[in-house]
Ligand binder design. Sequence first.
Ligand code: ATP
Ligand code: CA
Ligand code: CA
Length: 177
Amino acid sequence: MIEVEVKAKIHDRDEMVDRILSLGGVHVSEEEQHDLYFNAPHRDFARTDEALRIRRSGGRTFITYKGPKIDEESKTRKELETEVADPGTAAEILESLGFRMVREVVKERRIYSVGEFTVSIDTVMGLGTYLEIERDLPDGSDYAGALREIFELYRKLGIEDGFERRSYLELLELGEE
Ligand code: ATP
Ligand code: CA
Ligand code: CA
């Protein structure tokens, strides 16, 4: 899977909800996500731009690998994600192999679908509010068109700058707000 994704800082959540709905957006769900990020014993994911995560959300747990970002303007990258039954055991498996927990990121995510895109409004604990627009494509697809459409959707939402390629993890480390 390729995750084609662009993130931007926003300032008025309610206004953004109105704009998403006025573009025909449909509310999908509202979840509190608890993410544990790990670093590897054999390489530093902060340097290689990879990620290993255990996410708890709505009573379910997912384990995720993300590869390095593959372009200069977005957060597009390889993503592998699958459900696991037990978050504690999943974390213990990783820790037994020498992976170390780096940080927990907690956020409230409101998810909308607009056409083929997923639009999320994220209120991240200790960080503020961000918008993410995303579409997942099969490996090897040409994602340039999808990326253009994401920026077009941003323009329709009145957002032309404030795009953010750094992760929530990096922003929290930097103490952004
Ligand atoms: P998703 O889009 O999958 O729901 P998210 O929106 O909650 O995730 P993002 O900020 O988009 O969070 O992605 C998680 C980020 O954390 C990745 O960009 C990854 O590169 C980064 N990351 C993971 N581990 C580290 C690390 N050890 N040091 C710095 N950054 C890391
Ligand atoms: Ca994201
Ligand atoms: Ca994503």
